[in-house]
Design a protein around this ligand. Structure first.
Ligand code: 26Q
Length: 794
């Protein structure tokens, strides 16, 4: 686009004046950001159009990734980098007196996701485009992303998130491609030409308007599309109460639901799910019909991937369109549908599997319910033939049972592929959680271990490390991340290791500065940065981390001269607003932080920091500065984890259980380059007769820590943490925190001891970076493309 820096500067100044109606001297950073954003979009538009034309003319297969969440974060810098113009723009702006880093900060995070699942979708888009693969995202354009978190007196307070406040430069509204989505009403059936026809009467119709975001591939001229649907009233409302209708419709894309599996049956959530699915399937079928006639060939050209069960209504919706609008019979429609849809499961917690009460489902989505009902009837009949008389099994496996629609069962029956997100997770699905289904559909099950885009999580967010790597092994690792393994040849090169150390130290200084600015707390940049950042959940066991900190505190108080290497414990976590226990843990972390940080007897050696409002842009500052990565979930409960991979790629060393993808990290780096502790997955799953009270009675460290919780440790708030105390001792510690405590304390001692041998530590760190290429989402996406979707970049 810009033949030179001078050309860029000229265009930038022209465009700024045109767009903002101001001279450069008068312009604000917002103006400058907008100008740059629009220039990029314009620059990309040719390739965007030509990418679409290329896909259409090839007439190959395309994949559509349906996800209720896309946690994109900021796009300016990663777009510039993928276009290969970041250096030129950086220098050009600098000559105009503008700091690109400051412009970058203007952009709000697109926080349209809760955590892992939403961020995975964003990494996948980057990898699809960067691999030149025909894959597009479909999601919802929430007006408010995940709530903004403030900490007030140690408690989490939620504020509405406002990412659209300053407008969004990356999106293009395409009102002409809008789709109507019907809710409520009645289904009338009648016969016409010997066929049953269905009419949806008295429906409330919501208009879905697409906003397209370009997804730019890395140096390859590919620009794919993320289509986000906005809910709007129909342009010609015939309603008694137009204001109410308008409010009702806009509500559908108003806000993203926090991940809260206890908070069941929210009708608006189901409305969102169908809204996404119906608009997307309609748009996919329309585009298919532009170049094909026969719907019976649909699955040869289209694959629809559903990210967890949230978009599972794609199955009955595609059936509906094929039958009611395309005229296919049930059998043909079923064949096409089940050959088009693939599904990823992200959890082993059975209580987290989605269910919807029929009394909510049926009236809201009457035609879809009829179809789900029929799928269930046929499936149960099939089961009856295979397991005659085994009522119990059939009841367990049915899609509709006890007045509930089980979304995971619908996904298992209506798709051709079911995958878990790490090897261990897939084994648990096959052998336990979904074993009934595995027995009848073994060929559907497969594993796709998660990944992260190394372009954002290393190349962009840790530029100094990326440069050192390139200096060491050349730049091929950027296109072929497995080549990071070549770093292993520097394992005994003390000069190289020293440079690795300097970079980590600089990143730690930057984070320390940011923490100082945000919290007023000065941390020791030479201390070990021990980090746990992720959603707050009981199974992730932030509590285990905190109990260990209290234990260290107790040791220091008992014996002020005890040798403890200085450590800074850093937390970041949002709790679901209705998750009482999780919010108590946040309060506990902050209370411990306050006590530890203020105590002159310990605060030279220990600091505890809770960083509020953990999000993508903050994560990008944290990972490069971490020494220790806390991945301490109860084994078998974390499906994969992806933060673990981001830490590893930035040279942090994992302390973790053999859970999720930690297992695969351990296999790659070897036992000497990771700190593993605690129960194994099968030990957790087969544990007999656990009694947490015994650990309380027989381990005086535990006793002291827990007694402190309810009396004495925190002055004046003796009842604040009763719920936590009770969960451990009265409710028998569901997540084996006390069972793993001793093992965790030992592993943490080993961490300290190892860190004091800097040479060894740096070797471990280098080994982790070198082996992290396996966790690039390019590898993951390639596996999906070949094994599941059957798409290629040719
Ligand atoms: C459900 C019902 C109502 C409202 C919200 C939800 C909801 C929303 C989000 C339920 C779950 C989620 C998100 C789940 C998630 O992020 N799971 C994580 O997925 C990662 C990517 O595969 C894994 O690495 C993590 O192990 C898994 O916990």
């Amino acid at each position: 686009m810009f033949s030179s820096k001078e050309e860029f500067k000229k265009q930038f100044l022209q465009r700024l004046e045109m767009m903002c109606g101001k001279s450069f001297a008068e312009s604000s950073k917002d103006d400058q950001f907008d100008t740059l954003g629009h220039m990029i979009r314009e620059h990309v538009s040719k390739n965007w159009i030509s990418t679409n034309e290329r896909y259409r003319s090839k007439n190959g297969k395309q994949v559509y990734y349906l996800s209720i969440e896309f946690l994109l974060g900021r796009l300016l810098r990663s777009n510039l980098m993928n276009l290969g113009i970041d250096k030129l723009v950086d220098e050009g702006l600098r000559e105009l007196g503008i700091n690109l880093n400051e412009i970058e900060e203007i952009e709000s995070d697109a926080g349209l996701g809760n955590g892992g699942l939403g961020r995975l979708a964003a990494c996948f888009l980057d990898s699809l485009a960067s691999s030149g693969l025909p894959g597009h995202g479909f999601g919802i354009r929430y007006k408010h992303g995940l709530f903004e978190q403030k900490i007030v007196e140690g408690y989490q307070v939620e504020l509405p998130e406002l990412w659209l406040r300053h407008g969004q430069v990356w999106e293009v509204r395409k009102a002409d491609l809008s789709v109507e989505v019907p809710f409520w009403g009645k289904i009338k059936s009648f016969e016409e030409n010997g066929r049953l026809q269905f009419l949806h009467e008295d429906a409330e119709r919501i208009t879905a308007v697409p906003y397209d975001v370009p997804v730019i591939g890395y140096y390859n001229d590919t620009v794919n599309t993320l289509r986000l649907w906005n809910a709007e009233p129909s342009p010609f409302p015939i309603h008694r109460n137009v204001m109410k209708y308008k409010r009702n419709t806009e509500m559908v894309s108003e806000f993203l639901y926090p991940d809260d599996t206890n908070d069941e049956g929210k009708i608006l959530r189901l409305k969102q799910q169908y809204f996404l699915v119906s608009a997307s399937i309609c748009s996919i079928v329309r585009s298919y019909m532009k170049s094909h006639r026969n719907l019976k060939q649909f699955h040869h050209h289209v694959c629809i991937h559903i990210n967890d069960t949230h978009p599972v209504l794609a199955i009955p919706e595609l059936m509906r369109i094929l039958m009611d609008e395309g005229g296919l019979g049930w059998e043909d429609a079923w064949e096409v549908t089940t050959a088009s849809i693939s599904y990823t499961n992200h959890t082993t917690l059975s209580e987290a599997l989605e269910k919807w009460p029929v009394r909510i489902f049926q009236p809201l989505l009457p035609r879809i319910y009829m179809i789900v009902h029929e799928i269930n009837e046929r499936f149960c009949k099939q089961l009856w033939e295979k397991y005659p008389g085994d009522w119990q099994r059939i009841e367990q496996m049915a899609i509709i049972a006890h007045d509930q629609v089980k979304m995971a069962h619908l996904a298992l029956v209506g798709s051709f592929s079911v995958n878990g997100v790490a090897a261990l997770h897939t084994e648990i699905l096959k052998n336990r959680e979904m074993n009934d289904f595995y027995q009848i559909f073994p060929e559907k099950f497969n594993n796709k271990t998660n990944g992260i885009t190394h372009r954002r999580w290393l190349l962009k967010s840790n530029q100094d490390l990326a440069s050192l790597i390139t200096e060491g092994i050349g730049s091929e690792w950027i296109r072929q991340p497995l080549k990071l393994q070549e770093l292993l040849r520097y394992r005994d090169d003390s000069a190289f290791l020293e440079r690795l150390k300097t970079i980590k130290q600089q990143n730690k200084l930057k984070l320390a500065k940011r923490i100082r600015e945000q919290t007023g707390i000065q941390i020791d940049p030479l201390s070990i940065f021990d980090v746990q950042v992720k959603r707050l959940h009981a199974y992730k066991r932030q509590l285990l981390n905190v109990l260990h900190i209290i234990h260290l505190y107790n040791c220091l108080k008992d014996e002020p001269n005890v040798h403890i290497y200085p450590r800074t414990f850093i937390f970041g976590a949002k709790a679901s607003p209705g998750y009482y226990y999780a919010k108590k843990i946040i309060k506990l972390i902050n209370t411990v932080a306050e006590k530890v940080n203020k105590d002159p007897e310990v605060n030279k050696k220990l600091k505890v920091i809770f960083l509020e409002n953990y999000r993508v842009s903050l994560a990008e500052e944290i990972f490069p500065a971490a020494d220790v990565s806390e991945q301490i979930s109860t084994a078998s409960k974390e499906a994969s984890g992806t933060g673990n991979m981001k830490f590893m790629m930035n040279g942090a060393i994992t302390i973790g259980t053999l859970d999720g993808a930690n297992v695969e990290i351990k296999e790659l780096v070897g036992d000497d380059n990771i700190f593993i502790f605690g129960l194994k997955a099968d030990e957790v799953l087969n544990y007999q007769g656990y009694r947490s009270l015994e650990y309380y009675h027989f381990d005086k460290r535990i006793r002291k820590v827990l007694e402190g919780l309810i009396s004495g440790f925190f002055p004046n708030i003796d009842d604040e943490f009763e719920a936590i105390y009770d969960s451990l001792l009265m409710e028998n510690d569901q997540y084996f925190v006390l069972r793993d405590f001793d093992s965790y304390v030992s592993a943490q001692k080993k961490v300290t001891y190892t860190y004091t041998n800097q040479e060894q530590w740096l070797k471990m760190s280098l080994t982790n970076i070198a082996q992290s290429g396996h966790f690039s989402s390019d590898r993951t996406i390639n596996e999906y493309a070949t094994d599941i979707w059957g798409i290629d970049s040719k």
